[in-house]
Structures are given as structure tokens and as C-alpha cells.
Design a protein around this ligand. Structure first.
Ligand SMILES: C[S@@+](CC[C@H](N)C(=O)[O-])C[C@H]1O[C@@H](n2cnc3c(N)ncnc32)[C@H](O)[C@@H]1O
Length: 413
């Protein structure tokens, strides 16, 4: 580990966060991977602010500052270096905190308690040295994005990231944090929302776009655009040419309204090309040139809402019907895709009485000319990395009957 290395802290679905990061960085050299974080050299190329804005799976990003043999040594170091950690020229109260990460080791309560006591001592040290200080604490071992923002930690203080590895303690500082208010604005602030057919959270839309490795000059298509979440997140990430279609007139109207709203709120999007029209996907080949889409990012119909009345006897036929439907849709998507194109999409899966029901599509993929792109072995072999046997990742809340299977596909050439 070296000073200046990037520390990327994962969100609630670490496997998905890591896969997304791996696809964004393009052949990364990870120095350390744990369930909570990834550390990798910046090589002067990684801008943490840009990375934070586009990576839906990262809660915060920091930089390695140094190492210590013990917590006592870290305490001495912090007493010396705190003036360099606060924003330059700030005379305001120093708001600070610490998060402990078990980077490669199991949790250690004693270590965390000692770190807490150490931070209390640092606060005392600051106040006795004439500097007003506030320690922001949490019941959790780590400070979440909300606590960092509300506690104004990055504005007028610092957060120490303490990484307990098998060899040493490394420490770093948090440089950026996920902008929860922005995500909320892009989700709940939109003029048109459709909670009935379901909307993808903007963070998940970002993850899909990143998995597809969508690039600025490429053409991105969402043929089940709903209220336009994927199109919105794609243009914000910098994809300048997007097209959305949907069978529902209301969905098309919603998407159009939402993207107009987006352009008003984000003026640098004015020169983006955003086309939206009504169409059943089965007619799309008459409207979009075959082999023209660089990336398809989409969340199709997930079946009827299941809450409270799902029984196994109903799920099996539903899965068969959806599987047939998805095979037809994938045939069309394969024809719309360029030979080098990628598809990142959601497939529904159902969980009932601890049993998972998955779409049965795999056998047809070969015939369609598509293949599943699984995460690389370096990720799949991590003991905590969770993927399905077919190389997809699952995303759902524990109480949900309908979950999202995140699937990355490419042409089978
Ligand atoms: C789960 S929603 C997509 C939501 C979208 N990702 C969002 O965040 O707003 C699925 C969408 O697929 C559309 N749809 C269903 N069958 C379709 C078809 N055959 N062709 C095109 N769109 C279809 C529905 O109208 C619905 O808007």
C-alpha cells in the first residue's frame, strides 16, 4: 500500500460494487480487496470526485495516508498531522470522526473501542490546544454518508479511515462521499414517477451503465424505458446519444417530461441527443437500424407485483411465460446490437420459501448469439463474492418476492 492509493468503500451490495468498480477502472491492479473496500493505485489517473459521481456502488472514496504499527503510534501521528487534514485556511470548529474497516480480517470489537477512546483523546488534545472540536460518532463501526454530510465533516474537518490488515494498520482520509441529496433529487424530485410498474433506483441504473462500459461517443438504447431513469443517468455520466422506447404511452410521456426537467436542472446536457418514442420492442427493428446500438441498458417487464399473494404454484408458470417472453426480446436486442456491443440488463427472479426461481433462458442464449459475461475469476474467487452459477449477480431486499438478477451479455462471436 502506498500513500495516495485510492480507498473505495462499497455500498450495501459489495459484490456488485466491486464488479462495477472493476468495469470502470478497466484492468485495475487491486492491492487489497475486502468485503468492505478496495484499495488500488491511482497512478495519477483516478479523479475521486468523478469516480464518486458515476459509481452508484461506492459510498465514499478516500486516499491512503500512511501506516502505523499500532493504534498508539497512529495517535501520535494524528496529533502531529491534524492541521494538514482540515480544509486549508479553515478556522471553524474541527468536526471529525473515524471509521474502522476490517480490511482482510474479521471484526474486532476491542480494536474499535480503543479507536473510539483514541478519538476522544484527540478531541481533548485539540481543545486543550485552543481549537474547538467536535467528534462525530456512530453506533456502527463506520460513519455512513448521511453522518458525514450532516456532521459537516468533509467541509470543516476530516474523517480517518482505519484499515486493519493482517500485516499493519493503514490509515487514510475520506476525500468524497456519495451525494445522497442528489440521488434523492434525481429519484423523488422528478415530475413523473410510476411506482406501479417500478422504477430503478438511480444508483442501480448507474451500476448497469458502468457494467456495460458505456462510453461518451456511444449510442445507448433502453427499449423498456419506463420513466427514463436509465436514460437520465446515462446522459449525466456523459453518454451523449441515448434512445428510449416503451410500449406504454404514459411511460413515454413520463420519460419525455422527466428528461425535459433534467435538461432544465443540468444545463450542460443541452447538446445531448435524447430520442424517446412509443413502441412494442417486437417492432423496434423497423424503427432502429440493426447492429447500431453500442450498448443496451434496460430493465424490462418484471411480471405482475407479487406482494402478499405469491404461491409456488403460480410462480412456476409465470417463470416459464416470462422466460419465453425474454427469449423473444433477447433475439431482437441481439439484432439491434453492434458486434462489439454489450447489454446490461435486469432479469426478474422470484424467491419463495427460501427457494429461488430463475428465468430459464440459458440454453437459448447460444442460438440467439449472445453469451453471459461473468465477473473475472479474480473477483469470483474471493470468498465473500456472491454470484449465481451462471455468472450473474442478485440484487434484492430480504423481504422481496421479486428480485433483480443483474445480467451482462455480449455477442457470442
Ligand atoms: C420495470 S419497468 C421499467 C422501469 C424503468 N427502468 C424506470 O426506471 O422507470 C418495465 C417497462 O417495460 C414496459 N414494457 C412492457 N412490455 C413491453 C414491450 N413488449 N415492449 C416495450 N416496453 C414494454 C412497461 O410499459 C414498463 O414501462
Amino acid at each position: 500500500m502506498e500513500k495516495g492509493d485510492i480507498i473505495a468503500i462499497f455500498g450495501r451490495e459489495p459484490s456488485l460494487s466491486l464488479w462495477e468498480l472493476d468495469r470502470i477502472l478497466n484492468v485495475p491492479e487491486f492491492r487489497l480487496l475486502s468485503r468492505e473496500l478496495a484499495i488500488f493505485p491511482s497512478n495519477g489517473k483516478v479523479n475521486e470526485v468523478d469516480l464518486q459521481k458515476r459509481a452508484g456502488g461506492l459510498i465514499k472514496i478516500g486516499r491512503v495516508q500512511g501506516e502505523a504499527e499500532s493504534l498508539e503510534q497512529l495517535e501520535v501521528l494524528l496529533e502531529k498531522s491534524w492541521p494538514d487534514l482540515i480544509p486549508a485556511g479553515s478556522t471553524a470548529r474541527v468536526n471529525f470522526g473515524a471509521s474502522a474497516y476490517d480490511a482482510g480480517l474479521g471484526p474486532d470489537r476491542k480494536f474499535r473501542q480503543e479507536l473510539g477512546r483514541q478519538m476522544q483523546r484527540l478531541k481533548k488534545y485539540l481543545t486543550t490546544n485552543g481549537r474547538s472540536a467536535r467528534l462525530v460518532e456512530s453506533k456502527e463501526p463506520t460513519l455512513q454518508a448521511g453522518a458525514l454530510v450532516q456532521g459537516k465533516i468533509l467541509k470543516q474537518g476530516f474523517e480517518i479511515l482505519v484499515l486493519r490488515t493482517p500485516e499493519k494498520i493503514f490509515w487514510g482520509t475520506t476525500e468524497t462521499v456519495q451525494d445522497i441529496a442528489q440521488y434523492g433529487f434525481r429519484d423523488f424530485g422528478r415530475p413523473s414517477r410510476d411506482s406501479l410498474s417500478g422504477m430503478l433506483p438511480p444508483k442501480v441504473a448507474q451500476i448497469l451503465i458502468n457494467l456495460a462500459k458505456a462510453k461518451t461517443g456511444e449510442f445507448l438504447l433502453d427499449p423498456f424505458c419506463g420513466s427514463g431513469t436509465i436514460l437520465q443517468e446515462a446522459v449525466l455520466i456523459g453518454i451523449r446519444k441515448v434512445c428510449g422506447s416503451d410500449i406504454s404511452q404514459k411511460a413515454v410521456a413520463d420519460s419525455k417530461k422527466n428528461l425535459e426537467w433534467l435538461k432544465k436542472n443540468y444545463p450542460d446536457l443541452k447538446d445531448c441527443s435524447m430520442e424517446i418514442f412509443e413502441s412494442d420492442i417486437k417492432n423496434l427493428l423497423e424503427k432502429i437500424k440493426p447492429a447500431s446500438a453500442d450498448v443496451v441498458v434496460t430493465e424490462p417487464y418484471l411480471g405482475p407485483p407479487q406482494k402478499g399473494r405469491a404461491i409456488a404454484g403460480n410462480i412456476a408458470p409465470l417463470v416459464s411465460a416470462l422466460s419465453r417472453q425474454y427469449v423473444l426480446w433477447l433475439e431482437i436486442l441481439a439484432k439491434l446490437l453492434r458486434p462489439t456491443g454489450r447489454i446490461a440488463m435486469v432479469w426478474p427472479y422470484f424467491r419463495l420459501e427460501n427457494h429461488g426461481y430463475f428465468l430459464q433462458i440459458q440454453e437459448s442464449l447460444n442460438q440467439i448469439g449472445l453469451k453471459i459475461i461473468a465477473p473475472p475469476p479474480a473477483l469470483l474467487n474471493l470468498p465473500w463474492f456472491k454470484s449465481t452459477p451462471r455468472g450473474t449477480l442478485l440484487y434484492s431486499r430480504p423481504d422481496q418476492v421479486v428480485g433483480r438478477e443483474i445480467v451482462l451479455l455480449a455477442k457470442n462471436v
